[in-house]
Write a protein that binds this ligand. Structure first.
Ligand SMILES: Cc1ncc(COP(=O)(O)O)c(C=O)c1O
Length: 470
């Protein structure tokens, strides 16, 4: 069999796309389409790479990788990551509950989010998870809860550094500068406030203030930005340390936001502007090098020793995206010559199940599963089943493709299942996990009944058409 690897997960064997040792066509036939597919070995390899990349570059102290649950909250995947021994970034009560249910060690959980309510704070404090504090109000609630429960709550401050030298454009487009975008983003305790209230919190007997956390967000793959981000965090730590009688954090959490290697984000905007697309983002190791080097240097410049500091990162997309694909079946090819020539490849999926087509202007790399080695001969819009334009990939370059063929959308393992919507009352797709030549459903596809499960029709409306209006 002729075989060529695309990466550590995907390969082309006899012109067919494979996920690990299973043909994508067989997965589509067995489980139906549309369907999300995730590679178990891919996720394991990637998380191990993350741990190694940071641990080898941060010998100063422990490294904790805290995968961001929001990127893909399939329970089975979280169990896999728990087996791998890594922590978790959670947002809100449901994610905290899932992380605890999947037996993540509480001391490796970061409970993020702005405006947390008391119930969430109580659950976090009870469980021993670390709360990433977002406001003075939260400091007050945590202190109260810790006093009531007679425990010491583990907390960190979420920072809002002024990244004065981040005058770089954001990939989110629309001519946004990253420095401004970081200030428009709501999380974190404003620095002028933190300088006033932080020292009090550090001295509070009911709080174990372990360190600081930041999250810049997905703006760019430019490593210089990530270096400056880490340097900016080091600078703010220096300022806090000086203001608070030499206090130093035990933990420094640099959040997530780095792109996946395939990096489809924003490519749609670049494509529309006729700019070059398709450049992969740097590898995890280069990202780790950029963050650790800049943080170390910046801390030293501030007179804060990096030695003994725990370094944490919260990868979402950079961990999950490239280990997943989305499979769809071609239902029909439609062409017209006049008044404008157009070809549509009509599939059984939708931008509603690949929502970053719209939110983050992703342009997906695609492969025709049964013709994965063939050169493109056709330019067509790959479209979905919703009533909107539903152009999933405009002007896709495809080999000869026909009804019943399958299309694989690459780099869909992060945020696509997590944000899928029921527009047009469409049941959302399920997720299949592949390991070697085995496969399991890890999230059931919805049925139409599931879509309407929350609906309640009051009795007076359920009775049919009243006599008087017949
Ligand atoms: C606090 C926090 N950490 C980590 C992440 C993961 O980000 P990404 O998927 O861009 O790596 C997010 C995403 O919004 C976040 O809000």
């Amino acid at each position: 069999m002729e075989s060529a690897a695309i990466d550590d997960i995907l390969s082309v064997r006899d012109n067919h796309l494979y996920v690990e040792d299973l043909s994508a066509a067989a997965i589509a036939r067995r489980f139906g389409t549309p369907v999300y597919v995730v590679s178990e070995s891919g996720l394991r390899n990637r998380v191990r790479r993350f741990v190694r990349a940071f641990a080898t570059r941060w010998p100063e102290g422990e490294v904790h990788v805290l995968p961001s649950l929001k990127a893909n909250f399939a329970l089975a995947l979280r169990h896999l990551l728990t087996q791998e021994g890594v922590g978790c970034d959670t947002f809100g009560m449901p994610e905290l509950q899932v992380a605890l249910a999947a037996r993540v060690r509480p001391e490796l959980i970061s409970v993020n989010g702005s405006s947390k309510d008391r119930a969430l704070i109580e659950r976090a404090v009870q469980s021993g998870a670390r709360i990433t504090l977002d406001s003075e109000r939260e400091i007050g609630i945590v202190r109260q809860v810790a006093r009531d429960l007679r425990v010491r709550a583990r907390v960190r401050f979420r920072l809002r550094p002024d990244y004065a030298d981040l005058d770089f454009p954001s990939d989110f487009g629309h001519d946004v500068i990253i420095r401004d975008a970081a200030q428009a983003y709501k999380p974190g305790i404003p620095t002028e406030l933190l300088l006033r209230v932080g020292e009090d919190a550090i001295r509070a007997p009911e709080l174990d203030v372990r360190g600081v956390m930041v999250h810049l967000g997905r703006h760019t793959s430019d490593l210089e930005v990530w270096r400056r981000m880490a340097a900016g965090v080091g600078a703010l730590i220096g300022q806090l340390s000086q203001s608070w009688s030499g206090w130093e954090p035990t933990e420094i959490d640099l959040g997530g936001g780095f792109p996946s290697h395939r990096d489809p984000t924003g490519e749609g905007v670049r494509y529309e502007r006729h700019e070059a697309t398709g450049a992969p983002a740097p590898e995890i190791e280069a990202y780790a090098e950029a963050l650790t080097g800049a943080l170390r240097e910046s801390l030293r410049r501030q007179g804060v020793s990096p030695s003994g500091k725990v370094l944490e990162v919260e990868p979402g997309r950079s961990l999950y995206a490239d280990v997943g694909i989305h499979l769809a079946t071609v239902r029909n090819i439609k062409t017209q010559q006049r008044p404008v020539a157009r070809t549509w490849v009509e599939t059984d999926t939708s931008e509603m199940f690949l929502l970053d087509t719209l939110i983050e202007h992703n342009r997906w790399d695609t492969l025709v599963v049964e013709r994965a080695r063939e050169a493109p001969t056709v330019t067509a819009d790959i479209v979905g089943i919703s009533c909107g334009f539903d152009v999933i990939v405009p002007d896709a370059r495809l080999p000869e493709v026909g009804e019943g063929d399958h299309i694989a959308f690459l780099a869909t393992g992060a945020y696509q299942d997590a944000t899928a919507a029921n527009f047009n009352a469409m049941p959302r797709p399920g997720t299949v996990l592949v390991r070697g030549a085995d496969a399991w459903v890890i999230r059931q596809p919805e049925s139409v009944e599931d879509v309407f499960r929350r609906d309640v029709v009051p009795e007076h409306l359920a009775a049919g058409i009243p006599e008087s209006t017949r």
